[in-house]
Design a binder for this molecule. Structure first.
Ligand code: ARG
Length: 587
């Protein structure tokens, strides 16, 4: 019998194949294998129930029939997996300890894992559009979630074998630049001179320009002229624009470096400025877009909400906007990258925009006969303060991302001082950097992304609970076991005997759930599912560690326990790395 990496998937395949040969089932049957209530088994096939109901059959009798056929086929070895019918017509599967042991031995190394995982999405080409901040503004706490969630999704998809392109769609074009150039000129700001913090200066110039154009129609007119000059390629304004983007990008990349994020492309909005004409032409030619009150829009007469809210993609003065750029971007990603899927990671205030974008692309691409990529908006809620309003610094401004990370590191240093007072200062500082950044990131990822959450230093730095420090500490503890007995963490442990104690079996069972948890996290692009799993795994490890001594004299027992420690370490490290989080040797 195959020892599948993803057990739920393996059972699903076997059961489907058997059902396909039974007259009582048809193509509409899917076994729907899930984790079971642990009192009854490990996995459960729920699909018989719904199928029987839809076809007016007796579910229990149908389940009995299926199980009998499964037994007769010998496709599941009942010495390894027990089957039973339960309740009104579920089928339960219980993994025996021999199965668990064989699983642990079949999947032993990082390479075994990635090889087994990579078959899942191979051949898929996916563009992930994440972070994507606007130029001339510093990243603040509101800019945390997109890169953090986007990076996790990107890594998980590649782990499953997809070819993933990360594209940072920077907002480097549009009306803001007219105002900025106006401010730069009026204030005689020297972009070439050395500034301590040029991005902060640009941000205040932008604010100044914004206010000036709000208050004074003449300034507004002037800002418009600067923008037109830029759009027409006037040398000086283009030079300003380039300098502004250069400064912004340096600032952004300091943060990305700290987060360990690298993009494959950074095609900002400006990249599409010569590509919107084709969008206008094709939308007009296909009749998908129409002129309305001077502007160009797409109507959705049959849509409940958008009936009264058309999608505006070209302003009445002829200028492009966020929508036209995004339309051109989809086409580019299809043609240049051959993208089968595009994932956008932004906050939930942009839900309407993306819904309308996706509807428009569908109409437009259908009319032109283009292949329509799968389009997904991965949206997220707001980070709140204790007052349940968007979190702010004491001065009332949004907290800058860099300051937030600095504070996390400072606070983590205290934990390190406490846990490892004997380390060198330098080493402490390094560990604190990893712990602090990890803590902020993990606290974000462990939340269901579509909800808001309240930011709390106490919670995210806590050493017990579903936090990065807790998981990083679990990893460091396992590593120290191996250090003490002077064995490599990936040593090949021969002569391990079969699992025996309840704690060993409980932990082994949890370990085998890893592929399923990953799959769950990816099915709806919700990294918190993986966080929940890692936290439960660390809990099962604690239970095991407290119940069973690892370093016993009798080698077969010692080695099987060490093997369980190794696999726990492998999964905790793999899981955190997939979330984009660096792990540690010591803490
Ligand atoms: N720059 C936008 C913002 O800050 C996010 C861009 C998201 N990506 C996209 N293709 N629209 O809100």
């Amino acid at each position: 019998m195959t020892i599948w990496f993803n057990i739920a998937e393996g059972i699903e395949e076997v059961v489907s194949a058997i059902a396909a040969n039974l007259d009582a089932f048809d193509d509409n049957f899917s076994p729907e294998v899930r984790l079971a209530d642990p009192r009854f088994g490990d996995y459960q096939a729920n699909g018989v129930l719904g199928f029987a109901k839809r076809n007016r059959q007796n579910p229990r009798a149908l389940a009995e029939k299926l199980i009998e056929a499964l037994r007769n086929s010998n496709s599941l070895d009942e010495n390894l997996i027990e089957m039973s019918v339960a309740g009104p017509g579920f089928i339960n599967f219980k993994l025996n300890k021999e199965f668990l042991f064989q699983w642990l031995q079949s999947y032993a190394t990082k390479e075994d894992y990635s090889k087994a995982a990579a078959s899942r999405y191979s051949g898929k080409k996916i563009v992930t559009d994440y972070s994507s901040p606007n130029s001339a503004k510093q990243m603040h706490v509101g800019h945390l979630r997109s890169p953090v969630i986007g990076e996790a999704i990107k890594r998980m998809l590649s782990y499953f074998g997809a070819e993933v392109i990360g594209d940072n769609h920077i907002g480097d074009w549009g009306t803001a630049f007219g105002k900025l150039i106006l401010a730069i000129k009026r204030k005689n700001f020297d972009l070439k001179a050395k500034h301590d913090d040029p991005l902060t200066e640009l941000e205040s110039l932008y604010k100044w320009g914004n206010q000036a154009t709000d208050e004074d129609p003449k300034a507004l007119e002037e800002a418009r002229n600067e923008l037109v000059k830029l759009q027409n390629g006037e040398e000086q304004n283009v030079a300003y624009w380039e300098a502004i983007n250069h400064i912004s990008n340096l600032g952004f990349h300091k943060i990305y470096a700290r987060l360990g994020i690298e993009f494959d492309y950074e095609l900002g909005e400006s990249f599409y400025r010569d590509k919107v004409q084709r969008v206008y032409d094709e939308l007009e030619e296909t009749g998908v877009g129409e002129k309305s009150e001077g502007a160009w829009v797409v109507f959705f007469p049959d849509h409940k909400r958008f009936k009264k809210q058309p999608f505006l993609y070209r302003k009445s003065d002829g200028a492009s906007n966020y929508a036209s750029t995004d339309l051109a971007t989809v086409l580019y990603r299809l043609e240049a990258f051959n993208a089968g899927e595009i994932i956008y990671v932004t906050d939930d205030r942009q839900r309407d925009h993306f819904e309308q974008l996706f509807l428009t692309v569908e109409k437009w691409f259908t009319a032109k006969g283009y292949k329509i990529p799968k389009l997904k908006h991965v949206y997220f809620g707001t980070i709140l303060g204790k007052d349940r309003k968007p979190v702010k610094s004491r001065s009332g401004n949004p907290i800058l991302l860099n300051d937030l990370l600095n504070e996390a590191v400072e606070r983590s240093l205290k934990i390190v001082e406490e846990k490892s007072p004997d380390l060198r200062d330098e080493e402490k500082q390094e560990i604190a950097e990893t712990v602090g950044v990890a803590a902020v990131r993990y606290a974000d990822l462990m939340q269901n992304r579509s909800s808001d959450y309240v930011f709390s230093w106490e919670k995210l730095l806590s050493l017990d609970g579903n936090t990065a420090p807790y998981l990083l500490y679990a990893i460091a503890r396992i590593k120290s076991i191996f250090r003490k007995i002077e064995l490599a963490v990936d040593a090949d442990l021969k002569e391990a005997s079969s699992l025996e104690t309840e704690a060993e079996i409980g932990l082994a069972r949890k370990l085998t759930e890893f592929p399923f948890a990953l799959e769950q996290a990816l099915s709806d692009l919700r990294p918190h599912q993986l966080c929940i799993y890692l936290y439960e795994l660390a809990g099962a490890y604690s239970t095991f560690y407290n119940a069973d001594k690892v370093n016993v004299k009798y080698i077969p027992v010692r080695n099987r326990r060490l093997m369980i420690c190794q696999r726990t370490l492998l999964i905790l490290e793999t899981g955190l790395n997939l979330l984009g989080i660096k792990t540690l040797e010591k803490m």
